[in-house]
Design a protein around this ligand. Structure first.
Ligand code: R5P
Length: 288
């Protein structure tokens, strides 16, 4: 009998559960049930109720980050204890990924501490749109930075006929290029232009947005300030509809409402569950 690859969902992936249940078999995978709870003193309890050789553990590490990380370690330990031989960790949003360098003496490189620890249990590590992909070197085995470009492109396809994909800054250009590549559309990025000694303006480089529908893509939306500035500018320049997408919706308080008011549609992927996490990455995970 062929043993199907098992999929284990931590509490940071429960928002994807229904879709995993519906689609896993189509990818020759099978969900394994777990018991996950918190002891009265705050410690985590996990139990895995399935057998197998290989498993994918899906656990996004949004808030409460430390609990989600601890659960991921405990699930790894539980699966090893059950005799699983090969474990893949899929961490759609990786906590601590922005703390990737020492800025003041005495600080840790937090992302290194997290990745080294995970490598004690997991043979492969997958993440979406990592803040600094170079930090994957801290996971001393197979480590992959997955792109959400296909899923973002699929979601906005109908709305962008003859549209343009823009990155809010040059650093985000590769993401815009990837989404545009999926749709066969033009792409560019915003650049800061100094208007006067005190005034800096953002401007899209080398594209005419007049009358065109535009999708602005970034990795993270936090306060929403970057996206709102870009969207307002596009409207002033006569753009048609302005859509905004990001991989990780790390929204600060009130950010969803502020961005939604400034644009025609806001959609982020489901690496973090929010009311605008409309772009699912479940199928990208099931392909692993
Ligand atoms: C910056 O490095 C990131 O790519 C995002 O542009 C930034 O985190 C967005 O932040 P906010 O939504 O607060 O403007």
């Amino acid at each position: 009998m062929v043993m199907l690859m098992k999929v284990v969902l931590g509490s940071g992936a429960q928002h994807m559960r229904d879709e995993f249940l519906a689609k896993a078999a189509g990818y020759d995978k099978e969900l394994v049930e777990t018991e996950i709870k918190t002891f009265p003193d705050g410690e985590k309890y996990v139990r895995v109720l399935g057998e197998g050789d290989e498993a994918i553990v899906v656990q996004s590490t949004f808030r409460p980050q430390d609990e989600h990380l601890m659960e991921l370690l405990l699930l790894g330990d539980a699966l090893r204890e059950k005799g699983f031989k090969h474990l893949k960790a899929v961490v759609p949003y990786l906590a601590y990924s922005r703390q990737d360098r020492v800025t003041k003496e005495g600080e840790p490189i937090s992302v290194r501490a997290v990745l080294r620890t995970l490598s004690l249990y997991y043979d492969e590590f997958y993440v979406f749109d990592l803040h600094n992909p170079e930090t994957l070197k801290f996971f001393p085995k197979k480590a992959v930075n997955l792109s959400p470009a296909k899923a973002i492109a699929r979601y906005f396809k109908e709305k962008l006929e003859n549209g343009i994909i823009l990155a809010p800054d040059r650093g985000a250009l590769e993401r815009a290029r990837a989404v545009a590549g999926e749709l066969g559309l033009e792409f560019s990025h915003f650049e800061k232009k100094r208007i006067s000694p005190t005034e800096v303006q953002m401007q899209p480089v080398d594209v005419d947005v007049k009358g065109k529908n535009v999708l602005i893509v970034d990795d993270i939306i936090s306060t929403g300030g970057t996206m709102i500035r870009a969207a307002n500018l596009l409207k002033e320049m006569g753009a048609g509809k302005v859509f905004v997408a990001a991989t990780h919706g790390v929204f600060a308080k009130g950010a969803i409402e502020r961005v939604s008011k400034a644009v025609d549609e806001l959609a982020v992927t489901n690496t973090i569950p929010t009311e605008v996490s409309k772009i699912s990455l479940v199928e990208e995970i099931l392909k692993l």
